[in-house]
Each structure stands twice: as structure tokens, then as C-alpha cells.
Design a protein around this ligand. Structure first.
Ligand code: NI
Ligand code: MN
Length: 225
């Protein structure tokens, strides 16, 4: 699959010509100069309601008419703002797509909207396609569910937070990759704000030492994994 880093936990994935955008947060990101209105999107996947995962969701959804996958509470929040084509999922549930399927899985984190109201339980996704099953962790701590995903989901790629403070950091992400039985890791949720600034060279070394490949594409860069 083609993966373009749009900053923080926001990625553009291209699978079999279908455009997928995760956790849209571009316009407030000081490190991202890409216009959200230039992003192609057929499916948007939202892990939870925190501002750094949803800020550009309504604008991109209205601009592209994409389908949006989110939990019940985030889905209703989008519908209330006029977004069409919203697919409610809850944990364990899947939606069938042109490229395969997307399943909502657990994440250990919190989830609320900017005004403090409840945004449901935070999630990750298993994105299934002929280009490999990818685990998109969202914001999460290391958790033993990852062992189960490794045993049963036949993962080819995993997107893991590595910034520490609000999610797991590099050392736990290495353990996560081992539990996931997945060597192709894309790092996310780092360097956007001072508390999640990391030493990238050290992170790359730690993954490398464990025979894992950590990909840290710069914002705007596209890689094939
Ligand atoms: Ni969060
Ligand atoms: Mn976050």
C-alpha cells in the first residue's frame, strides 16, 4: 500500500486506487503545510474524538463526500454537523469496503470532544485488503490485545504511536511490534508538540536492533510498504 504522511496520526493510504485518510488533523498542525482541501479521500477512519484526530474531519468529508467510519458517539457528532455517509461501528464490528474491510478494535486511551463531552471508547482499526492487513493503532498504550492481533490478523503493516506522554513510547512500541508479529512499522503521534518530541535516530536504532523496520516518512512524503 502507498502511505503518505500528513502529520501526527493523519495518513493518506492508497489501496487498489482507493483513497483512505486517517485521523484528519492538518490545518492546526504547525509542521503540516498541506491544504486539507487538496487531500483525496474515499474513506475516512477516525479513532477517537480528541481534537488532534478530528479537527479537519467535517471539512474533508464535506469537500470529498467520503464515507466516514467512526464509533457511535463520534459518528453522531459528525452527523450533527451535516456530514453524510457516516458508518457507525463499535468495537469488534467491521464494514465492507471496495478494498476489503475495516474492523474496529480496542485502544487504551480516553476520548472526549473539545467541549469535554463524551466521545465514546477510543479505537484502533484493522484495515484488510489484498495489499496486506494493516493495524492502525490510534492513540493507545501497549496492551495485550496486540498479542491477539498478531496471532489472528496476519498483519503486514502496523501504524503505532511512538511519542510517549499521551500514548506509548518507542520502547513499548517495539514490544507492540513483536506481539503483533509485524516487522513493518510506521511511527506516528510524535514531534507535533513539545511533550511528544522524540529522538528519531534513537527510535530507528531501537527498532533496527530488534530486527524491525521503523518507517518515519517526513510530512508529505509517500512510501510503499
Ligand atoms: Ni487522543
Ligand atoms: Mn492524540
Amino acid at each position: 500500500m502507498k502511505v503518505t504522511n500528513l502529520g501526527h496520526a493523519c495518513f493518506h493510504l492508497e489501496i487498489g486506487g482507493v483513497n483512505i485518510v486517517t485521523d484528519p488533523f492538518m490545518s492546526p498542525n504547525p509542521n503540516c503545510s498541506i491544504d486539507p482541501m487538496d487531500v483525496k479521500c474515499d474513506w475516512m477512519l477516525i479513532t477517537h474524538g480528541h481534537g488532534d484526530h478530528v479537527t479537519d474531519a467535517v471539512a474533508i468529508a464535506n469537500n470529498t463526500g467520503c464515507k466516514v467510519v467512526a464509533n457511535y458517539e463520534v459518528a453522531n457528532w459528525l452527523i450533527n454537523q451535516g456530514v453524510k455517509n457516516v458508518h457507525h461501528l463499535n468495537h469488534g464490528g467491521s464494514v465492507t469496503t471496495e478494498f476489503g474491510a475495516v474492523k474496529m478494535v480496542n485502544a487504551v486511551h480516553s476520548s472526549s470532544f473539545e467541549d469535554g463531552s463524551y466521545a465514546g471508547h477510543p479505537a484502533g482499526f484493522i484495515i484488510k485488503s489484498t495489499e496486506g492487513n494493516a493495524y492502525f493503532a490510534g492513540d493507545t498504550a501497549l496492551m495485550y490485545d496486540m498479542k491477539m492481533f498478531g496471532e489472528y490478523e496476519n498483519l503486514s503493516q502496523a501504524f503505532l504511536p511512538i511519542g510517549d506522554t499521551f500514548t506509548m513510547g518507542v520502547d513499548d512500541a517495539v514490544i507492540a511490534a513483536k506481539m503483533l508479529q509485524c516487522s513493518q512499522i510506521v511511527g506516528m503521534h510524535y514531534d507535533t508538540f513539545p511533550p511528544i518530541t522524540i529522538d528519531k535516530d534513537e527510535a530507528l536504532k531501537k527498532f533496527n536492533t530488534n530486527k524491525l523496520e521503523l518507517h518515519l516518512p517526513s510530512i508529505g512524503q509517500t512510501i510503499e510498504i
